[in-house]
Design a protein around this ligand. Structure first.
Ligand code: PLP
Length: 462
C-alpha cells in the first residue's frame, strides 16, 4: 500500500515510511492511496487474528502477514480481558464497547500497544533509532509510553499540559522507570503542546537531525489499528447481514470517529457516526452550522477531549475535496490563519449530513449520566464514556442499534465518578500502588526554543 499526503505535496510513501514519518513533510496527514475492500469476518476469530486480517492490505509490501499476526498477538496479549474489546448490553439496541482493558486503561492502548510492536519491528529491521515526540491531553501519553517503553530503538518525549490532566493520568506517565521515557509538563493547554510538537515537525532540519517521529493520533497506524474494533463489534453483534450498527464516539481529535468512518468506507456495516463533544464543541458546532470555528479551550470533566482543533478532521476534509490536496491545503491554511473553515453545501450534503450526528454535553449532563448509569444499571462509567452515552440518547432512534464506545476505565477519572455516584472506582490490580510510586518529570515553559533544547538533549543521549 502506498500513502499520499492530504496536502498533495509530500512524497508518496509505503507503510513503514509513513509509520515513521507521522506528519507528512508538507504539513498534511498521510492517507492510503486507495481504500481497499475489507470484508466482514467470523465472530469466533480472536481479536488479534481479526486485527491482522483487517490491517493486512494497509501494510502490504512492507510487513509480511506472519509478522503482522505475531505483532498483533504480542500487542493484544497485554489486555486484561482476552476478548480485548468486549461488548456489554446496556438496554434495548444499546451496547457499550469496552475499550479500556489495556495496560493504561483507555482506548488508546488498542492502537499504541500495536504501534510499539510495529515500531520495534521496523526499526530493528532498518537498524534505525528515532525520537518519538508527542503531545497528550492525558491518555495518549501514558498509552504511548506503555507501548514503547521496551523499544530499545526509541527515545520518547511526551508533552502534557501542566495541571490539566488527572493525577492518575499524570502518574501513569511520570512513574514509568524506563530510561528512554521523558514526560514533560508544559505551562499551557493541550493545544499549546500540540502546536509545539507540530512546530518541531515543521522544522525539517531539526526533524531530520533528531530523527523525530510521532505517535499522536495524526499517525496513520493509530487510525488504522482503531478500525479493527468497529468491525469486531459488528461481528460480535451478528449484525453483518442485518441493519447497520451506529456508533457513538466521545471525540476530541476526531481520531477515533475517523476510524469508524474508515471502517464504513472499507465495507463494515456501520450506520451513523454520533460525535459526542464536551463544552469544547468545535465539531458539534460544525455539524450544526457547516462552519468550523476555533474557540479557546475550556477545562472539563472529560479532559482527553479538551481540544479545539480536531487534527484528524483533515483526513475527512481531503475526501470532501475529492482527494484534491491543493484544495485541502488551502482550506487548512485558511483555517489556521483565520480560524474558520466552511464546507460547501455540496460537501456537507454528501459527506456529513448522511452519516454524522453531533451533540454537546455539559459537565452537569455528564455527571447526571454517570449517576443514572450507576443507579439504573449498576455500571460505573468514566466521564468520556458518559459524554458518548448522552450523545446516544440525544441523537439515536430507539430502534437504531447503537454501540457507545467506552473509552476509559472509570478509575482513571475517579474524582468525577465519585462525585456523581458516591462510589470511588478502584484501580485494577496492576496499578493498585500507582499513587505511591515515585514520580519523574521535567517542567518547561510554553516556549518552542526551550522544548527544542530539551528534545535535542534527549536525542543526543543515545
Ligand atoms: C483520547 C480520548 C478521547 C478522544 O479520542 P479522539 O481520538 O481524540 O477523538 C476520548 N476518550 C478518552 C478516554 C480518550 O483518552
Amino acid at each position: 500500500m502506498r500513502y499520499v499526503s492530504t496536502r498533495g505535496e509530500a512524497p508518496v510513501l509505503g507503510f513503514n515510511e509513513t509509520l515513521l514519518a507521522g506528519l507528512a513533510s508538507d504539513g498534511g496527514l498521510y492517507v492510503p492511496e486507495t481504500w481497499p475492500n475489507v470484508p466482514h469476518g467470523d465472530a469466533s476469530t480472536s481479536f488479534a487474528e481479526r486485527a491482522a486480517e483487517i490491517m493486512a492490505p494497509f501494510v502490504a509490501g512492507d510487513v509480511p502477514h506472519s509478522v503482522l499476526l505475531r505483532l498483533c498477538n504480542e500487542a493484544y496479549s497485554t489486555f486484561r480481558d482476552s476478548r480485548v474489546a468486549p461488548l456489554r448490553e446496556v438496554g434495548k439496541n444499546r451496547w457499550l464497547l469496552e475499550l479500556f482493558h489495556g495496560p493504561t486503561l483507555a482506548f488508546k492502548d488498542v492502537a499504541l500497544q500495536f504501534i510499539g510492536k510495529v515500531f520495534d519491528h521496523v526499526l530493528q529491521e532498518r537498524g534505525q533509532r528515532i525520537t518519538v515526540v508527542g503531545a497528550t491531553s492525558g491518555d495518549t501519553g501514558s498509552a504511548a509510553i506503555d507501548g514503547v517503553k521496551t523499544c530499545s530503538n526509541v527515545e520518547m518525549v511526551i508533552l502534557y499540559p501542566k495541571g490539566r490532566i488527572s493525577e492518575v493520568q499524570r502518574r501513569q506517565m511520570t512513574t514509568v522507570a524506563a530510561p528512554n521515557v521523558h514526560a514533560v509538563s508544559i505551562d499551557g493547554t493541550f493545544d499549546d503542546c500540540q502546536d509545539l510538537v507540530k512546530a518541531m515537525f515543521n522544522d525539517a532540519v531539526f526533524r531530520e537531525r533528531h530523527q523525530l517521529s510521532a505517535v499522536n493520533s495524526i499517525n496513520w497506524a493509530r487510525v488504522m489499528a482503531q478500525v479493527v474494533y468497529y468491525y469486531t463489534a459488528i461481528e460480535q453483534l451478528h449484525a453483518v447481514e442485518s441493519s447497520p450498527v451506529s456508533f457513538s464516539v466521545p471525540t476530541g481529535n476526531f481520531g477515533n470517529v475517523l476510524s469508524g468512518w474508515i471502517a464504513r468506507r472499507l465495507g463494515a456495516n456501520v450506520g451513523n457516526l454520533i460525535v459526542g463533544s464536551n463544552t469544547n464543541d468545535i465539531l458539534t458546532r460544525f455539524f450544526e452550522t457547516q462552519t468550523m470555528t476555533t474557540a479557546s479551550v475550556v477545562a472539563t470533566l472529560s479532559p482527553s477531549m479538551d481540544i479545539q482543533v480536531s487534527s484528524n478532521f483533515e483526513r475527512l476534509l481531503f475526501e470532501m475535496n475529492s482527494r484534491d490536496g491543493r484544495a485541502t491545503a488551502r482550506q487548512m491554511v485558511d483555517f489556521r490563519t483565520r480560524g474558520t473553515l466552511t464546507a460547501t453545501p455540496d460537501q456537507f450534503g454528501t459527506w456529513i449530513r448522511p452519516m454524522f450526528r453531533g451533540h454537546r454535553c455539559s459537565d452537569d449532563a455528564t455527571l447526571e449520566m454517570i449517576s443514572r448509569t450507576h443507579r439504573e444499571l449498576g455500571i460505573l462509567v468514566d466521564p468520556h464514556t458518559a459524554v458518548g452515552l448522552v450523545a446516544t440518547s440525544a441523537c439515536a432512534d430507539p430502534d437504531e442499534p447503537v454501540v457507545t464506545l467506552a473509552t476509559a476505565h472509570p478509575a482513571k477519572f475517579a474524582d468525577a465518578v465519585e462525585r456523581a455516584t458516591g462510589t470511588r472506582p478502584s484501580l485494577p490490580e496492576h496499578l493498585a500502588d500507582l499513587l505511591s510510586r515515585p514520580e519523574r518529570s521535567a517542567e518547561l515553559p510554553n516556549d518552542l526554543a526551550a522544548v527544542k533544547r530539551f528534545v535535542a538533549g534527549v536525542s543526543a543521549t543515545r
